[in-house]
Design a protein around this ligand. Structure first.
Ligand code: GLY
Length: 272
């Protein structure tokens, strides 16, 4: 079994970003567990304002930035939901899994937990998120909301994620600013076990796309459950192609790895 990490830059991210993702993977120092190797590229993508996660996250319609992130290994899960003012939500999700008795912490409680764990105040707002709010307010004034909503859905990338297979163990990590436009407090698929993420002893899966639809179909768990029944690429294509809205997957099993989306999705994979 080769050691390998697969990452994506979100449904809607152009393949021209493949080279950015490749560089992220080649800069990662290979050490630690499968979880370490899934989290490192997600942290790098959270720190890069091109991506809709951490710095660069899209705003809520009230202008606030609330982020979701999750990590999963065999018998371990942690997520943060609508966390604010931290630089790396995925690291807080890891703390939820490893340092708390819980699996999911949301809202003010998640931000408070982050501070207790030593994650300092950080404002993830960027020019991109400020401009999205300006356009959104203009669309409200012009009473062109439905069209603008569609335009904005298509124009914003969605979620970053990684799956890894290291020394026979699997891990998954995901982080997102959500799908613009959305209400404060809205939760998509990413921080929900089985929806946007799943990992176990036979593989790991991370989803990207319109979270409401992905969550309703429990996409990541369905793909994980089917591992071993047919080729991983066939399983993933069959499930993703059922979606009428944007959806993408990176998945890994003992022998295979695959990235696929029904829309643009930058991705990269590297052996270690
Ligand atoms: N797929 C990320 C979200 O819908 O929030």
């Amino acid at each position: 079994m080769e050691n390998i990490v697969v990452i994506h830059g979100g449904a809607g991210s152009p393949s021209s970003l493949n080279s950015v993702l490749k560089e992220i993977l080649s800069n990662i120092i290979y050490n630690g567990t499968a979880l370490d190797m899934a989290i490192k590229p997600v942290v790098a993508m959270e720190n890069n304002s091109i991506f809709n996660a951490g710095t660069g996250s899209v705003p809520r319609i009230d202008g606030s930035i609330q982020m979701d992130a999750a990590v999963m290994i065999e018998n371990g899960f942690g997520s943060v939901i609508c966390i604010e003012n931290v630089s790396n939500p995925v690291l807080v999700a890891r703390d939820v899994m490893e340092k708390s008795p819980h699996i999911m912490i949301s809202g003010d409680g998640a931000t408070e937990f982050a501070r207790k764990m030593g994650h300092e105040y950080y404002n993830p707002e960027t020019e991109k998120s400020k401009n999205m709010m300006i356009k959104f307010k203009e669309s409200l004034k012009n009473n062109t909301i439905p069209e603008k909503f569609q335009f904005m859905f298509k124009s914003s990338e969605d979620t970053v994620g990684a799956v890894s297979r290291i020394n026979g163990k699997f891990a998954a990590a995901v982080s997102t600013g959500g799908s613009f436009p959305m209400l404060r407090g809205r939760v998509g698929d990413s921080p929900v076990i089985g929806a946007g993420i799943f990992a176990g002893n036979k593989g790991a899966v991370v989803a990207t796309g319109i979270g409401e639809e992905i969550a309703k179909s429990l996409l990541s768990y369905r793909i994980y459950e089917a591992i071993g029944t047919e080729k991983l690429s066939d399983i993933v294509k069959k499930e993703v192609n059922k979606f009428k809205v944007s959806a993408g997957i990176i998945a890994i099993s003992e022998e295979e790895q695959f990235a696929y989306s029904n829309t643009d999705m930058a991705y990269s994979m590297q052996q270690y």
